[in-house]
Design a protein around this ligand. Sequence first.
Ligand code: ADP
Ligand code: MG
Length: 401
Amino acid sequence: MIAKRTIENLDAAAVLGQRALVRVDFNVPVKDGKVTDDTRIRAAIPTIMDLKDRGARVILLSHLGRPKGGVAESKYSLKPVVPVLEGLLGMPVTFIEDPATPAAIETTHKLPRGAVALVENTRFQKGEETNDPATARMFAALGDFYVNDAFGSAHRAHASTEAVAHLLKPAVAGLLMQKELEYLGRLLETPARPFVAILGGAKISGKIDVIQNLLPRVDRILIGGAMAATFYRAKGVKTGTSLVEEDRIGMAKDLLSAAGDKLVLPSGGVIAPALDKPELRREVAWDAIPDGWAMYDIDATTRTSFAGIVMGAKTVVWNGPMGVFETPPFDAGTLAMAHALADATAKGAITVVGGGDSAAAIEGAKLADKVSHVSTGGGASLEFLEGKVLPGVAALDDRTP
Ligand code: ADP
Ligand code: MG
C-alpha cells in the first residue's frame, strides 16, 4: 500500500486562511430530531480541531442515512448534528442548507478563520451516489483543499468521497482516516507474529474474501459464530437447526483443505432449541448437535483455547461475534474474546477490531479503550481486509518521501 498524504503533511501556508472541505462520517442515529449516539461526531473532532487551530475555515460534508434518489427528507437532515457539534467544539457552527447555490459559496468565503460550517446531507444531491462530476464540482466550489476523514464511507465512490478528491488539491487524509489506514494497513503488510485472526458472525459468504486474503498472511484463523456450523457441515456432520448456508458448504470444504491446521474451528458449542429458550441451553461437542437444536455460541472449552491462542499472539484482528451476542446468555463467547483481546493488548499485542457488530460488542463490554484500535468503518474495514482498494482512499494524494 502506498502511504497517503495527511493533514500533518500540510505546511502552515497551505492551511492558514484556506477553506478546508472536510468529508466526515456523521452518519449518526437520530430519533425525534435528536442525535442518540455521538460517537462518530466525536471521532472527527481531532481533525476539525487541528484545522481550526491552524486557522483554516472548516466546511464539513457528510451523508446521513439512505434518502432515496437525492430527495431531501427531513428525517435525514444533518441539522440535529449542529447543536452536538457546537457543544463538542465550544463554538457556533454555521449550517449550509443548500450547497448548490452562490449564497453557499459566499458563506464559505465569509467564514472567519477557525470557524466551522456543516453542509446538509450530501445524499440530498442526486449526483452524490453516482459519483457525478457536476455534483463533485459543486462540492469543490465550497473549499480550497480537501480532507477525507470518513473512513467508513471510503469504500464507496461517491461525489463527496471520490470525484471531489480529484478536483481539489491537495487532497489528504484526516487524522481518523490516517489512524485507520495505519492500523489496518499494518495487519496486511507488516504484522508482528504470531498473527491471529478471529472471524465470526452469521454468514460465511460475507467473510469468504476476508478469509482468503488473510489466510496466507496469518498464523491462525479462529472461526466462531454461525459460520462455524457451515464448516461443520463441510466436515460431514449434522448441525440441527443451526444457521447454515447450504450453498456455501462446498466453498467451506475447499477452504478447509486449503487452510490445513491454520483454520481452527470451535471444539464445541452452546446449543438450545430456540433463542428464546436459554434456560434449556447446554454445551455439546461440535459433532453432536441433536436434531431440532441450534448452536448459538462457542462453548467454554473453545473460549479457553481461543483465549490462549490470542494471548500468545503479537497481532490480533477480530471481525464478527462468536455467537448471538445480542441475546444474552449467548454473548458469553463474544465477551470472552473481547476480554482476551484486552488482555493481549495489555501484554503488548497490536489488536484491531473491525466490523459493525464486533465493534458494538466490544463497546458494550466497555473494553473499546483496552484494545489498540476499533475501526469506525464496518463495510470499509471488511473491504480493506479483503485486500480491495477503497476508492475514497485511492483518490487521495500519495505521500512523497
Ligand atoms: P460484523 O458486523 O462484526 O462484521 P456480522 O454482521 O458478520 O459481524 O455478524 C453479526 C451477526 O452474527 C450478529 O447479528 C449475530 O447474532 C450473528 N451470529 C453470530 N453467531 C451466530 C449463531 N451461532 N447463530 C446465529 N447468528 C449468529
Ligand atoms: Mg454486521
